[in-house]
Design a protein around this ligand. Structure first.
Ligand SMILES: Nc1nc2c(c(=O)[nH]1)N[C@H]1C(S)=C(S)[C@@H](COP(=O)(O)OP(=O)(O)OC[C@H]3O[C@@H](n4cnc5c(=O)[nH]c(N)nc54)[C@H](O)[C@@H]3O)O[C@H]1N2
Ligand SMILES: Nc1nc2c(c(=O)[nH]1)N[C@H]1C(S)=C(S)[C@@H](COP(=O)(O)OP(=O)(O)OC[C@H]3O[C@@H](n4cnc5c(=O)[nH]c(N)nc54)[C@H](O)[C@@H]3O)O[C@H]1N2
Ligand code: SF4
Ligand SMILES: [Mo]
Length: 623
């Protein structure tokens, strides 16, 4: 559906979709073949940085194991089938199952690639709204969900995440992230080795809190080995020291914060002496860490997966921003700031006043609350293998491997074998997709457009970049936009062959209505585009730099972006408060009740016996 360019020979730019660094690459093609992938030195965001994974995209493209044809289970094996037959197999199984057992009988799992895939992000919602299942799962709940929860409660939207202004800070405190190996997360910052070196060269300080002496810890000015799972104690004690030493100052957010006194009172119950043993960090070191942070000219705290995939993940995520607030570094140059993404986000669209919805339903078996429309992945196995009304009987996965990535994945792997029906949209036959009845292969990367709708929300510098499809799709290759629309039609009971143009038009009309008071003018402005590029153009034009469909003639459009293959730099992060807040009060809630209540669990942990053995969650391996 998306307009494909004819296969050229030569070199074109492409954003790497493999991790949140979003590096710009130069990709050389010879006819249909990718012959070389190099870092793009002209890229306005990554300036020539790339890691070995990105440079291996050519091998990924040529990998003989990558699926190219739909597969249907046939006894114990697999049969290659046409797309027609593959969708027909889904259409035979799914609608009757939904009719008999209701929409919640079909679960959906969105894997990590969903976050990097424009077609899935723009067209996946069509399937999700046709299915209307409450059993939606994703990699977020084994990754960043505690951060989304804390952010949602404090700032009013789960993706209103403050990122370290890494290029201007003087002091960066990192917890639970091996930045030099992972290339960062909930912070899009290509070239972290250079950025961290530059921080130290300008006299700044990098402090890493990690139980393991990782490459990042070894490269830091100071490595604080912490007892795994104790970060919330450390961070709360640091707040206590800052309050005790009278170092609290709010600066940019002065007058915008509710609940400061409550937080300082809570922290007073966790002085360094009380938590030192729990953290395996001497009290005087905790005091010094707090003072160094508070006294630094410009400082930022950043924490990642080592602090989110642990018992007190939400408290850690909350305390990171509490520290950014009480040291006067939130929304301040060199502190922790909010990106202004070119295609917009919840922080740029009009506030609804409703706040951040959460806990609207719970899972069937253990009654875990919904967050951002999802249930925790840890619940999926029990939703399949626990009998009774409302059991999950079917599953659709998009780019993921929960049979390995989920907690207690052995149980999930067994449960997958008990499903009545499963479809996977994926590039590989892996431990998860081998349980599917039908596998629909994702198309080659080079045949899709790429724009980082999600990840731009956590960029450390604002930029707009788009990679148009580089190669035309081969006969028999289907885009994930079309796959989504066909699956949506099947789920809606209208069969596998919808009028694709009408379905695409309907999505564009809805987007135009949301984007503009005059959707007719908005649609005329983006004509004759169709597909993902039309939806992207609408988002860009309505976004914070957009041309407002003609009202701001110098504003951003997809045409302007296509004319700038190395991207358009939109400048360093700028203060965005209170405008970016989406809480019902329009202020920062520093002491959300859900979190304040959870501090009691932390307090109880102080008097509980200290466990003898704690395992460290394994970190990323270098590529
Ligand atoms: N033990 C342990 N578990 C973990 C983690 C850990 O460190 N240790 N990390 C956690 C984290 S941070 C995450 S994000 C999750 C990741 O968990 P998952 O997302 O479940 O797993 P991945 O291995 O990233 O799955 C990638 C799959 O997507 C397919 N794929 C790649 N590109 C595309 C595409 O464009 N379209 C489609 N349709 N498919 C595609 C690939 O073929 C592959 O099968 O795992 C979490 N679980
Ligand atoms: N090479 C490579 N790069 C990747 C990925 C990959 O699979 N391979 N995956 C990508 C994805 S999906 C993500 S989300 C990011 C994740 O990127 P990061 O968040 O940087 O994750 P890790 O590199 O796993 O680093 C987590 C660190 O937390 C530490 N840790 C464990 N427990 C604790 C604790 O209790 N407290 C503290 N303070 N630290 C703890 C671990 O020792 C480890 O060093 O990486 C991305 N980059
Ligand atoms: S750092 Fe991430 S985005 Fe950059 S080349 Fe490597 S995998 Fe791709
Ligand atoms: Mo992740």
């Amino acid at each position: 559906m998306t307009a494909s360019r004819t296969a050229p020979s030569g070199t074109a730019t492409r954003i790497c979709p493999l991790c949140e660094a979003c590096c710009g690459l130069d990709v050389t093609v010879d006819g249909e073949r990718i012959t070389a992938v190099r870092p793009n030195p002209r890229d306005v965001f990554s300036h020539g940085y790339a890691c070995p994974k990105g440079l291996a995209l050519a091998s990924l493209d040529a990998d003989p194991d990558r699926l190219r044809t739909p597969l249907v289970r046939d006894g114990g094996g697999w049969r290659e089938v046409s797309w027609h037959d593959a969708f027909a197999a889904v259409d035979r199984a799914l609608p009757p199952l939904l009719a008999a057992h209701g929409s919640n009988a079909c679960a959906v799992y969105l894997g990590n690639p969903y976050g990097h895939n424009l077609d899935l992000q723009l067209y996946g919602p069509a399937l999700l709204s046709a299915l209307r299942t409450r059993n939606l799962f994703s990699a977020a709940s084994v990754d960043s969900m505690p951060k989304h929860l804390a952010t949602g409660l404090m700032f009013g939207t789960g993706f209103g995440i403050a990122v370290p202004d890494i290029d201007r800070t003087d002091h960066l405190l990192v917890l639970g992230s091996n930045l030099l190996v992972s290339n960062g997360s909930t912070m899009s910052a290509p070239g972290l080795p250079h950025r961290l070196r530059a921080l130290r060269r300008r006299g700044g300080r990098l402090v890493v809190v990690d139980p393991v002496r990782t490459r990042t810890a070894a490269a830091a000015d100071e490595h604080i080995p912490i007892r795994p799972g104790a970060d919330a104690y450390l961070l709360l004690a640091m707040v206590a020291v800052i309050a005790e030493d009278d170092l609290v100052r709010l600066r940019a957010v002065d007058g915008l914060v509710d609940g400061l006194d409550t937080v300082l009172e809570l922290a007073a119950g966790f002085p360094p002496e009380a938590v030192a043993d729990r953290c395996d960090i001497p009290a005087d070191v905790i005091r010094r860490l707090a003072r160094d942070l508070a006294r630094a000219e410009r400082a930022a705290v950043h924490a990642r997966i080592g602090t989110t995939t642990q018992e007190f993940g939400t408290l850690c995520s909350w305390l990171v921003d509490v520290l950014n607030v009480v040291t006067g570094n939130l929304d301040r140059e060199g502190g922790a700031m909010f990106a202004l993404p070119p295609a917009g986000s919840a922080t740029t669209r009009p506030a609804t006043g409703a706040g951040w919805p959460h806990g609207r339903w719970t899972s069937r078996v253990r009654k875990a609350p919904e967050l951002q429309g999802e249930l925790p992945l840890a619940c999926l196995a029990e939703e399949i293998d626990t009998g009774g009304e409302g059991r999950v009987r079917a599953l659709i996965t998009f780019g993921g491997n929960p049979a390995r990535s989920a907690p207690n994945s052995t149980r999930l792997e067994q449960a997958l074998g008990r499903l009545d029906f499963m479809v996977s949209v994926d590039s590989y036959l892996n431990e998860t997709t081998r349980h599917a009845d039908v596998i629909l292969p994702a198309p080659r990367l080079a045949t899709r457009g790429h724009f980082d709708l999600v990840i731009n929300q956590t960029a450390v510098r604002n930029a707009a970049r788009y990679s148009p499809p580089l190669l035309a799709r081969a006969p028999g290759e289907l885009g994930e936009d079309e796959i989504m629309l066909r699956l949506a039609s099947i789920a809606a009971g209208t069969g596998p062959r919808p009028d694709l143009r009408a379905a695409d038009d309907a999505l564009a009309h809805r987007a135009a209505r949301r984007a503009s008071a005059d959707p007719v003018i908005a649609l005329a402005a983006v004509a004759p585009r169709t597909g993902a590029e039309r939806l992207l153009d609408i988002a860009l034009r309505a976004g914070p730099y957009g041309d407002r469909f003609g009202d701001e003639p110098d504003g951003l459009t997809l045409d302007r972006l296509l004319a700038a293959p190395d991207g358009i730099d939109l400048g360093p992060l700028r203060p965005r408060l209170p405008g970016a807040l989406r809480t019902p009060t329009g202020r920062i809630d520093l002491a959300p009740s859900l979190i304040v209540t959870d501090v009691e669990r932390l307090r109880a942990g102080l008097s509980a016996p200290r466990p003898d053995l704690v395992l460290v969650v394994a970190g990323r391996c270098a590529a």
